[in-house]
Design a protein around this ligand. Structure first.
Ligand SMILES: [Mg+2]
Length: 260
């Protein structure tokens, strides 16, 4: 029996503006249960406030202290080290970093900047890294799904900066085990009694497994047939979050434990 459930947002609860069938009911069931639930996302195109408003607008009840974002983790990381970041981020979240001193930057933070990824901006990040600034990234997310479209995520751009500058980024979001453990610390549950549910076999599933957390891949969102074969380890694969919640409650046995 699990004590805590970690739910990814995009691709698990919704696709763009459409709720994934069964997701509202699934979240309602866990919110009314003894299971500790946390929502954990690398999404970096919306501020925390807008993410909460988006969830609420779709009908999900999520308390602010149940939501953990990679952008929050980045803010905390930069704050602890008293750095002056240059942020290559989406214009809609630039305000989240307005309280940092941006004069003479000595750190680079890269999130999903979308149209903000230009030669000019990538080159600026490269130059700062060459001058010794640490490189911080939300994650190596390859792509995400919005509505019917697959869209390139931050990963390839982060890799480009790493490649050019010969540096390695510090990842603050999924799949960083520290991020999972920070979230888990707020639940009191042990990693082995926690289930992470996501549609990204690398960031969500492999990341959770490396953090000692149980993982469940859903066949919604960005999931593509054959994804379960791309990482090693044992995890379950289910059709949607509704089934994942049944699994967390121990009401069903894992329909498909995949192992390589
Ligand atoms: Mg997702």
């Amino acid at each position: 029996m699990f004590e805590a459930l970690l739910l990814d947002l995009s691709g698990v609860l919704y696709d763009g503006d459409a709720v994934i069938p069964g997701a509202l009911e699934a979240v309602r069931r866990v919110q009314g249960s003894p299971l500790e639930v946390r929502f954990i996302t690398n999404t970096s195109q919306k501020t925390r406030q807008r993410l909460l408003a988006h969830l609420s607008g779709l009908g999900f009840e999520v308390a602010p202290d149940q939501l953990f974002t990679a952008v929050d983790a980045a803010r905390q990381w930069l704050r602890q080290r008293q750095l002056r970041p240059w942020c290559l981020v989406h214009k809609d979240i630039a305000g989240e970093f307005a309280d940092f001193d941006s004069h003479d930057p000595n750190a680079v933070f890269v999130a999903d900047a979308a149209e903000g990824f230009t030669y000019r901006s990538l080159n600026r990040a490269f130059q700062l890294c060459m001058a010794g600034a640490p490189l911080l990234g939300v994650g190596y997310n390859r792509y995400f799904k919005s509505g019917d479209e697959l869209l390139m995520d931050v990963g390839a751009f982060l890799r480009a900066i790493e490649f050019a500058a010969g540096v390695q980024a510090t990842i603050v979001g999924k799949p960083n085990a520290e991020f999972f453990h920070q979230v888990l610390a707020t639940t009191g549950a042990a990693p082995g009694r926690t289930l992470m549910v996501g549609d990204d076999v690398f960031g969500d599933v492999e990341g959770a497994l490396n953090a000692g957390i149980g993982a469940c891949l859903v066949r919604t969102g960005k999931y593509r047939a054959g994804d379960e074969g791309k990482v090693g380890g044992e995890f379950s694969v289910v059709d949607s979050v509704a089934e994942a919640v049944d699994l967390a409650f121990g009401r069903t046995r894992a329909a498909a434990f995949f192992s390589t």
